[in-house]
Design a protein around this ligand. Structure first.
Ligand code: ADP
Ligand code: MG
Length: 696
């Protein structure tokens, strides 16, 4: 391997490349535009584009692409080559106009009704805060994707708007604490990514994995994850080689891949990057998922990013580590040294507590998908109920403030915000509770409900906006204050009292918690359709409109897209199941039981019926399973036909959730029962054991 420092960001037109290749004046102007988030002047853009093109060509690029994140959840790119003609000669050309704005005939991207097909054009615009990079010989320019009316058609636009919103409000609050030198506040994210690796030869034999990314059938293997022998275990040479190459590919793109390890389930792994600014982290996470799949193929493996590829073992999530930092280098969620810093920390902490409590439903919605529904609440992932883990030390401090008490025996008088320092709480003791969906881990929050395949943009847009709203309310109140310290204390106390129901340090997987959460009035939106039915609640529309993150129309469109995607995913799964059951499993099991029947008859003729128990019982059981599977498949088919007449998207999603998923479950149960005892030579698909232990 080449030197890491040499290859790191070698494929990125980053600050160093810009400084080296742009005229000083242009470089300064570009820096300023990036910092202020303003539009790039065309004259400047022309110079930047030319330099970018020369740089890219030197590194072997022949094409450029506006790279964006439509609402499909994956990234999109359309390649244009640099070639042009001038005076009959071929030249390599890339203009400022082409850099900053692209037109896209993107009528096939989901828009949720924002764009009729006859006005199919949308445009892409460079997000200059995210650097251009080269991928497979293509200069990729990270862009946002909007309709001509300016409505967001992608995942990124709202995220950028939400970052502006939290920046605006956080600066107001910071001014109150005398931080006049802070000019910008950004949220930071480190997204830990889980995934499975299986051998390509077994993957290719499973239509369910090919079409849907998860197994729709499959009896449990004799061994799963119960021995905990995979978790953090020694990494197999083939996987280690994959991880090494993945790291190199990620580093070339400036992605700070830091940790690679085995996860709980057999064949499950994780990559954790070092955190960075949220919009860049979102781009990096998309690239990470793409590269995981690409690099796996080079090792004859397939990377599964589905949230629940296998029943009975852990699914895959994505942990969204989130914090807020100033351009002066202060992490606002890190307890400080002085009483004043601590007061500021507590206020920002309260902003998150209030935000998570007020917008539980939106946070749940932001992680809702057909795939993640199999995971949330399924025993290994956080439940669908949102709560915050603060750890005992911090919880005790909040209690002391709420009840006007001292928080430890050494302290004589009651705890006053802005007067007393907080005790140092050891960072690692705050991360013990792995069952919490939203855990404070010393200097950041870790939101653990995201599914492995979910893009992180929407979740962070929700989080940023909800916290911006808390900060807006705090600033409105405190800017009017005549006695800052007193009013600050009162405000923190009020927030704790009003929102403490969201704090829970216990076992989130315990059934008792579900009852307790209900008593506290916390929402428990177990499925995607249930969650999405709250997207357009007035308070949510108001939140997004106040902070100019989504208009009502955009939010309606997003809801449609999410509901539609839920239905489509389940529809594909149902059709795949029918295909596998009708063409694979049922014929195979009919043949198998037929052979058993013949054997039974022949053996009975020879040695008497009483000595042919195995064959006779098998034939009976298989006949009954086959009947059940056949009938359920017929019913599933009928219900799929019925679903076609449902036009309203929310009703359709509800129909899929209630009827289609239920039929699918029954069909699976009947087929898995057969797989459990059928002869391996007759079963038409690789087993769970073959899949989970395929990478030797
Ligand atoms: P561990 O959970 O093993 O203790 P860390 O706490 O160092 O590891 O980090 C876990 C993840 O959180 C990493 O992706 C890390 O980069 C990220 N992280 C750390 N600090 C921050 C922060 N201030 N903002 C966002 N993410 C962070
Ligand atoms: Mg973690």
């Amino acid at each position: 391997m080449s030197n890491v420092t040499d290859i790191f960001a070698s494929m990125v037109f980053d600050d160093a490349a810009m400084e080296a290749r742009l005229p000083k004046e242009t470089y300064k102007l570009l820096q300023k535009t990036i910092k202020d988030g303003k539009h790039l002047d065309l004259g400047v853009a022309n110079i930047v584009a030319a330099a970018m093109k020369d740089w890219a060509i030197e590194l072997g690029a022949t094409h450029y692409s506006h790279w964006f994140q439509p609402m499909t959840g994956i990234t999109a790119e359309k390649h244009d080559s640099f070639i042009n003609t001038k005076g009959g000669k071929l030249i390599m050309d890339f203009s400022g106009k082409e850099l900053i704005k692209g037109e896209s005939d993107a009528s096939s991207f989901p828009s949720g009704g924002l764009r009729a097909t006859f006005e199919a054009r949308g445009y892409t615009a460079w997000d200059a805060t995210s650097y251009a990079f080269i991928k497979d010989g293509v200069l990729c320019i990270p862009t946002v994707f909007c309709s001509y009316g300016g409505e967001a058609l992608d995942q990124k636009t709202a995220l950028l708007r939400s970052m502006e919103a939290i920046n605006r409000q956080a600066i107001r609050v910071l001014k109150l604490f005398g931080n006049d030198n802070v000019t910008s506040v950004k949220t930071t994210v480190g997204a830990e990514q889980e995934y499975f690796l299986i051998d390509k030869s077994v993957f290719d034999k499973r239509k369910d994995l090919i079409y849907t990314g998860r197994t729709l059938f499959g009896a449990r293997a004799p061994k799963g994850q119960e021995l905990d022998d995979h978790y953090f275990g020694a990494i197999k040479p083939r996987v280690a080689a994959f991880m090494k190459e993945l790291d190199e590919e990620l580093w070339k793109l400036g992605i700070l891949s830091k940790t690679e390890h085995n996860e709980a389930a057999p064949a499950q792994h994780e990559m954790a990057p070092i955190f960075t600014t949220t919009n860049i982290a979102a781009d990096h996470n998309q690239l990470t998922m793409e590269l995981m799949q690409k690099v796996a193929k080079r090792y004859d493996m397939v990377c599964l990013l589905h949230e629940k590829p296998f029943a009975g073992v852990n699914g895959s999530g994505k942990h969204n580590n989130w914090s807020i930092s100033t351009d002066t280098g202060i992490n606002l969620l890190e307890p400080g040294e002085t009483p004043y810093e601590n007061a500021q920390f507590l206020l920002f902490l309260c902003a998150v507590i209030k935000a998570v409590d007020d917008y539980q439903d939106l946070l749940r919605i932001s992680v809702a998908s057909a795939g993640n529904d199999h995971r949330l609440g399924a025993g290994e992932a956080p439940p669908a109920i949102i709560s915050i883990f603060l750890g005992s030390e911090l919880s005790e401090i909040l209690e002391a403030i709420e009840n006007d008490e001292n928080y430890d025996t050494k302290q004589k008088d009651i705890l006053r915000v802005g007067v007393h320092t907080l005790p140092k709480f050891p960072k690692d003791t705050t991360d013990r509770n792995r069952t919490s969906p939203f855990a404070f881990t010393g200097n950041k929050f870790e939101f653990r409900m995201l599914g492995s395949a979910t893009p992180i943009s929407f979740t962070n847009a929700v989080l940023n906006t909800a916290v911006a709203e808390s900060l807006r309310m705090f600033a409105d109140r405190l800017e009017e204050s005549k006695d800052f310290e007193k009013d600050l204390h009162a405000l923190i106390k009020e927030i704790i009292t009003n929102h403490k129901r969201i704090i829970f340090n216990g076992d989130g997987y315990d059934d008792a918690w579900i009852k307790e959460a209900e008593k506290r009035g916390l929402s428990n939106l177990r499925t995607t359709p249930e969650a999405l039915s709250h997207m357009l609640d007035n308070k949510n529309v108001e939140l997004f409109e106040t902070h100019k993150v989504f208009s009502r129309t955009e939010l309606q469109a997003r809801t449609e897209v999410l509901l539609e995607s839920y239905c489509k995913i389940i529809n594909i799964e149902a059709l795949t199941m029918l295909d596998m059951a009708r063409k694979g499993i049922l014929p195979a099991m009919s043949k198998y039981s037929g052979e058993l029947a013949v054997t039974a008859r022949e053996k009975a003729a020879l040695i008497g019926k009483n000595n042919v128990k195995y064959e006779i019982e098998q034939v009976k059981m298989f006949s009954s399973w086959i009947e059940t599977a056949y009938k359920t498949a017929e019913r599933l088919d009928e219900n799929l036909q019925k679903s076609k007449s449902i036009k309203d998207m929310a009703s359709l999603a509800e129909f899929y959730r209630v009827h289609i998923l239920e039929d699918m479950k029954e069909l699976r149960t009947a087929c898995d029962s057969m797989e459990n005892v059928a002869s391996i030579t007759h079963w038409p698909y690789p087993s769970y054991g073959d899949l989970l232990f395929s990478v030797k």
